[in-house]
Design a protein around this ligand. Structure first.
Ligand SMILES: [Zn+2]
Length: 156
C-alpha cells in the first residue's frame, strides 16, 4: 500500500509480530524494538503529546524535534552509527520506501536474516542508550563509536 507521499506502509495485518521475537539479539534489544513497534518509545515529541512539559529538540543534535524516526534514522549520530555498524545497505533503501520507523523495523525483521535483524536491533538499543546517557548523565559518544559498539555487543 502507498500513502500520500508515495511511500509504502504496512497495514496492521501485514505486521508480523512473530518476526520481531525470532531475531537473534539479546532480550533487552528485542524488548526495545517491541516497544518502538508498539509506539511506546518515550521520545520528546511523544512526551509532549502526553502533555509532559519538556524540550522538543533532539538532545544530541539540538536541530530537529525528537521523534522515533529522528532517534533511529534521522539524527547525524544515527546515520554515522549505521555506517560504522555496516548496516547502511540494510537501512538506507528502507528509509526511502517507508515513512514510519515501525514499518522499517517490521520490514527488516521479516525480510532480513535473523542475524542481520538482530544486529539492527542491537544498533537501535545502543542509539537509545546513548540518547538516555546524554539526557541523564550528560555523556555522549560519537556515531562511529556507537556503530562499532553495536557490532561488538551483538557478537558477544
Ligand atoms: Zn538529533
Amino acid at each position: 500500500m502507498m500513502n500520500v507521499t508515495g511511500k509504502a506502509y504496512m497495514s496492521f495485518q501485514q505486521r508480523d509480530w512473530g518476526s520481531l521475537w525470532a531475531i537473534r539479539s539479546p532480550p533487552k534489544a528485542k524488548h526495545l524494538l517491541w516497544r518502538i513497534a508498539k509506539g511506546c518509545l518515550p521520545t520528546r515529541m511523544r512526551l509532549q503529546e502526553k502533555r509532559v512539559s519538556c524540550p522538543l529538540l533532539c538532545p544530541l543534535c539540538n536541530q530537529h524535534n525528537e521523534d522515533d524516526w529522528h532517534v533511529l534514522f534521522g539524527c547525524a549520530t544515527s546515520s554515522q552509527a549505521r555506517q560504522s555498524a555496516c548496516l547502511e545497505q540494510v537501512i538506507l533503501p528502507r528509509l526511502q520506501r517507508f515513512s514510519s520507523a515501525t514499518d522499517v523495523i517490521f520490514d527488516i525483521c521479516s525480510n532480513e536474516s535473523q542475524e542481520t535483524a538482530g544486529s539492527f536491533a542491537m544498533l537501535v538499543w545502543v542509539l537509545w542508550n546513548n540518547r538516555n546517557n546524554c539526557v541523564w548523565n550528560d555523556m555522549n559518544e560519537s556515531g562511529s563509536c556507537l556503530g562499532i559498539k553495536a557490532r561488538h555487543l551483538w557478537a558477544e
